[in-house]
Write a protein that binds this ligand. Sequence first.
Ligand code: HMG
Length: 354
Amino acid sequence: MSIVGIDKAALYSSHYAVELSTLASARGVDPDKYSVGLGLHTMAVSPPDEDIITLAANATAKLLEGESLTDIDTILFATESGIDQSKAAGIYIHRLFNLPKHCRTLELKQACYSATAGLQLGLSLLKDNPKRKILLIASDIARYGLNSSGEATQGAGAIAMLLTVNPRLVAIESGSGFVSEEAMDFWRPNYRDEALVDGKYSCELYLKLLRESFEEYSQVTGRVYADHQHFLYHIPFPRLAEKAHQKLMLCSLVSKLDSDSLSALLHPGFVYGRQIGNCYTASLYIGLLSLLEQHTQDLSGHRVGFYSYGSGACSEYFSGLIQPHYRKVLHASFHQALLAQRQILTYQEYEQFY
Ligand code: HMG
């Protein structure tokens, strides 16, 4: 059976950001609430002329540098901040990059989960025709509104991934656990630019579906907690992913880690998310790049557990194996420079952009 997975990936986030300490002082909140309680430091802020297409185009430009485009025959674009109810965002990417005429293009929606739906769909297409390459993009601008309860958990970013046979980054293993449960934890009806959210309930549901999808994953694959060296989560804010990991250990009857060991295990996957904020569909996969680029050890051959959650709600637990020469296809210095060179906004500038 062919090995399929993520061959390369590149991320892009806005050139502007606001420090959460700045937001905290504007809101009269203790800054530790955001930095410790949520685990966030800065939040990417999109200027008025940026949308999911420009974010995606920038990520795709880096991804496709030096790449032969002729075998790309599918564009899967995952987003929940779509700019059109009818036309798929990927059509613009198809034109901008002059991708082959014989290419199918599709936009996917199920809150933050849809990039994982795109991954699984793309991988099954690869099994059909191992010569093809699939462009999978996840791009979102997370907006809750000025002075709203979710304001500190906004963000913006895109990740572009190339899915192929014999991938160089991560091989995705077959077998996963998935769950759907209708819920009103977070939603954005057509008449609104900003999401509505029942924040506490959304966190509870995120944790409940983690247990249910991991149990199903374990049953289907026979893998247990100890079979994984790394754990990645959808990251609306890092503190929730930490709680999720503690819950996974508890459900797996694994003894609790002290806070230093927990941080050593999870921190590399949080480095980018802490600086960007929630990017909805892209967040889990930005966590993957953060792990691969920020971990100081060689992770070749290590197994990663992935928890994907999308409000509304649908979740999936699956796993991947980090490939032997993964470091050769990373864009670590590009990503680090991108984040380091952002313009930090004053509170007034943030409000004007909004
Ligand atoms: P809130 O009411 O502002 O915050 O909402 P809080 O009062 O719950 O405080 C947050 C944490 O900070 C708490 O920690 C406090 O104790 C702590 P916890 O008790 O939960 O462990 N805290 C402090 N810590 C240190 N020093 C202090 C301090 N003060 C307080 N001085 C909430 C927080 C996340 C609910 C809100 O920001 C929100 O609604 N965000 C949006 C929803 C969200 O992110 N949900 C996550 C799960 S759903 C999901 O992930 C899907 C999603 O990505 C959408 C999709 O699928 O498309 C959102």
